[in-house]
Design a protein around this ligand. Structure first.
Ligand code: GDP
Length: 429
């Protein structure tokens, strides 16, 4: 008999993104039945290599690489339909059969081209204080959602309502930003076609997921972005526009907390961040450049160098408090192979006071003096290690230091970019 107590497993980014969530999801995807995205849009992304073929994912759940797995774009995701189809076409052109394995919630909000235009205009207005968004229209689409003027997937099938809402929302944006030359008539015609094309994918995902969990299916929720970019708990306003933490799993899917099982936090062995905003352990010197070069910390699509710095336990502790990780995947530990000593931030001094919790205020963060502990490096390559015991002693100590600080076991350790370059830590080790 099916186990009707199945709980969803969740993979979330612990820092500012690009932690390497893709590789873990890829490994876990082999044993799951349903892979779900719950928030964000096509501003996320990772590449998964299977049998030598490179698949690029931006908005679609990467469980699609497993032919036995069904993928669901949950209600909390905002969807730009032309991008949804171009991503799907690209995957199918590479030989991935997605037929009957991909569904989208009828409650998803739509991202339109005008949202993308507005994204650029908004960033332009902010000038030097810009957020560094990907200009994919994600933020403006979530703004439309919050202001109750958004358009959802189900509206596509009520053409009069759809047209009324589209005209109203574009008129409002013109009032705010001036006439930016958006062809509403062409868009209405285009969406008539897109609606029909989308029809076979549309489901009530709330009911679907509840039935899947009730039938004992193994569900994996694939987080996008990361906790420090959460709209509520990240470094506001330098954040994304959705809840990237565990709360976003409930609100983005319509599942209760009691249906969430393991919450795996993916943390890089150091810290990186893209775009503007506070980053207390950022290194603007040669050490930062070395982390960037060894870790290949350059944006995949933009080539933009990522900001780099030492691991920050203040961030990781905060992230753990909010998301309640049951296990950690420490990634890119091999990048630290080349350092004689490794620093880890343990607290900040702000206005003469020692602070161990992550502050809300950006000015406090900007003035924070970071207190580090220095741990010895291991000065050798760990990329061939396949068990915790094979790691050099100082490397083991580094992992244990992190575990002890946050009180969560490190269950996977990334020791290289390859799929096989991952240590699965035996809990008895
Ligand atoms: P995501 O945005 O969090 O899903 O991150 P990605 O999946 O884009 O991963 C970031 C990059 O790090 C990719 O190029 C991965 O191949 C690479 N990567 C992942 N894990 C490791 C690791 O343990 N070591 C090294 N050197 N590279 C890794």
């Amino acid at each position: 008999m099916a186990d009707n107590n199945t709980k969803a497993s969740v993979v979330l980014g612990c820092q500012w993104g690009d932690e390497g969530k893709g590789k873990l999801v890829d490994i876990l995807a082999k044993d799951i039945d349903v892979c779900v995205r719950c928030q964000g849009g096509n501003n996320a992304g990772h590449t998964i290599v299977v049998d030598g073929v490179k698949y690029a994912f931006h908005m679609l759940p990467s469980g699609l690489v497993n032919l036995k797995c069904v993928s669901v774009v949950g209600s909390g995701v905002v969807v730009h339909l032309p991008s949804f189809f171009s991503e799907l076409e690209e995957l199918e052109a590479q030989g991935l059969d997605c037929d009957g394995r991909l569904f989208i919630s009828d409650r998803c909000h739509l991202v339109f081209d005008f949202h993308q235009i507005v994204d650029g205009l908004k960033e332009g207005e902010l000038g030097r204080g810009s957020i560094g968004t990907t200009k994919k229209g994600i933020g403006p689409a979530y703004s439309s959602k919050a202001s109750r003027s958004g358009i959802r997937v189900h509206h596509l099938y009520h053409p009069e309502e759809f047209e009324k809402r589209l005209r109203t929302i574009v008129a409002a944006r013109y009032r705010r930003y001036g006439d930016f030359g958006y062809d509403v008539e062409a868009e209405l015609a285009r969406y008539k076609q897109l609606a029909e094309r989308l029809r076979p994918y549309v489901i009530d995902s709330v009911e679907y997921l509840h039935k899947a969990l009730g039938a004992g299916k193994r569900v994996l929720v694939e987080g996008a972005n990361a906790l420090m970019l959460d709209i509520d708990f990240g470094t506001y306003p330098y954040v994304t526009s959705s809840n990237t933490g565990v709360g976003g799993v409930c609100t983005g899917l319509g599942i209760p907390p009691s249906k969430i099982g393991s919450v795996i936090g993916v943390a890089k062995a150091y810290t990186t961040r893209v775009g503007g905003g506070p980053f207390p352990t950022e290194l603007l010197d040669d050490v930062g450049q070395k982390l960037r070069d060894v870790g290949a910390e350059y944006g995949v699509t933009t080539g933009r160098p990522r900001r780099c710095g030492w691991l920050d336990m203040v961030v990781l502790r905060y992230s753990t408090m909010i998301n309640g990780y049951t296990a950690i995947n420490l990634t890119k530990l091999d990048v630290l192979d080349v350092f004689d000593e490794i620093k880890v931030a343990v607290s900040y001094d702000i206005a003469g006071k020692k602070v161990t919790a992550f502050p809300a205020d950006l000015d406090d963060l900007a003035s924070a003096k970071v207190n580090y502990v220095t741990l010895p490096g291991w000065n050798q390559s760990i990329s061939k290690c396949r068990s915790f015991a094979e790691l050099p002693e100082n490397c083991q100590k580094y992992v244990r230091f992190i575990e002890n600080d946050i009180g969560v076991p490190v269950k996977w350790i990334g020791v290289g970019a390859g799929r096989e370059e991952m240590i699965s830590v035996d809990t008895n080790e």
